[in-house]
Every structure is written in C-alpha cells, then in structure tokens.
Design a protein around this ligand. Structure first.
Ligand code: ADP
Ligand code: MG
Length: 176
C-alpha cells in the first residue's frame, strides 16, 4: 500500500492554553538553525504559539511580542530569536539585515507575519498558520465559530522538516 506523503498537519485548538501546548510540543523537535514561520491575522494566536515554543525550549524569561523592536532574543536549550515583521519599517529592516545577520545559524528563529517576507525566508522551514475561521470542527455547523477555536495548519517545507513530520504529529497528540 502506498500513501501520499503528508506534508501538513492540521489540528484545532479550543483555548490559548491548547495553542501554547502545541508550541511547546513543536519545540521538542527544534534543532539549531530552524526557522518557524507564523502566519494568521491579528489576534490569531501567533504570539501565544511563540510563547509555547519558548516554554518548550526552557526559556524562563517572559516572551512578549517584539512590537517596538524587530527581534527579541531568549536563551533556552537553544537560542531563540523571535521576529515580528508586522510593522512596515520592520519588514524593511528585515530585508536590509537578512535572516542570517539577524539570527545566525545556531538559533531557532520564529518569524511572525512571515508572509510579508516570504521571498526572503529559507526554502526549508516550518510554516504554522493559525486561522480563527473555518475550523474543521466548525464545518457544517450553523452560526459563528466559537471565538476560542483556532485551526492550526503546520506545513513541512524541505527535507529537514519532512523527516520530522511523524515526530511532530506524535508530539502534538494530546495537546488539543
Ligand atoms: P497574534 O500574535 O496572532 O496577533 P496573539 O497571540 O497576540 O495574536 O493573541 C491571540 C489572542 O487570541 C489572545 O488574546 C488569546 O487569548 C486569544 N485566543 C483565544 N482562543 C485562542 C486559541 N485557541 N489559540 C490562541 N489564542 C487564542
Ligand atoms: Mg503577535
């Protein structure tokens, strides 16, 4: 029997805590040099997910959204660089610096609003899309989506991520 190679993992979280737990689970599989791109509208939960990743890496400092600076850095099991390119001047700064100068190749880099700088991202990365609408659980139901539901789609891009898809799926089991 042959099965198509799955390149996506889709899950629904029903609270900020569940999204944070998903971030924590993904963190278990992170390696130096990894880039994780977070996408989704304002309030989707990108920073909540980032906080979970930091938890999972053993960062004890409180992770806050890097709104006034392009990037914030934390130390855990690995160095974590959290970038937010929401503001246009941040996009420009990101393009000027490049990911290499911003993070180096030994850190784990999280990029919020990655779509804005998609062309500058390494081909190999994990994309995490958070969507408050159209959750699988809500499909076919009448009325609005419960406001605490988020559909998370993890897309595994490049061989270094594809080889981890089963491990990530296993780590996510039980988080939501
Ligand atoms: P973003 O960084 O994408 O702009 P934040 O992570 O800062 O968004 O904020 C997400 C908001 O949505 C928080 O106020 C959080 O409490 C709320 N929320 C409600 N349900 C969820 C969920 N399932 N996952 C993540 N956040 C949620
Ligand atoms: Mg944010």
């Amino acid at each position: 029997m042959t099965a198509a190679i799955a390149r996506e993992v889709v899950m629904t979280t029903r609270s900020p805590e569940e999204t944070r737990a998903a971030g924590r689970a993904v963190a278990e599989l992170l390696e130096p040099g990894d880039v994780v791109v977070l996408d989704g509208q304002l309030g989707a939960g990108k920073t909540v997910f980032a906080k979970g990743v930091a938890d999972g890496l053993g960062v004890t400092e409180t992770v806050v959204s890097p709104t006034f600076t392009l990037a914030r850095e934390y130390q855990g099991r690995l160095r974590l660089v959290h970038v937010d390119v929401y503001r246009l001047d941040h996009v420009q700064e990101f393009l000027d610096l490049g990911l290499e100068d911003l993070a180096g190749d030994d850190a784990v880099t999280l990029v919020e609003w990655g779509e804005a700088v998609a062309a500058e991202l390494p081909a190999e990365h994990l994309e995490v899309r958070l969507d408050p609408d159209g959750t699988a659980a809500g499909a076919g139901r009448d009325g609005p989506e419960p406001e605490d539901e988020r559909e998370l789609t993890l897309r595994f891009r490049g061989p270094a991520w594809l080889r981890r898809i089963d491990a990530v799926r296993t780590a996510l089991t039980g988080t939501a």
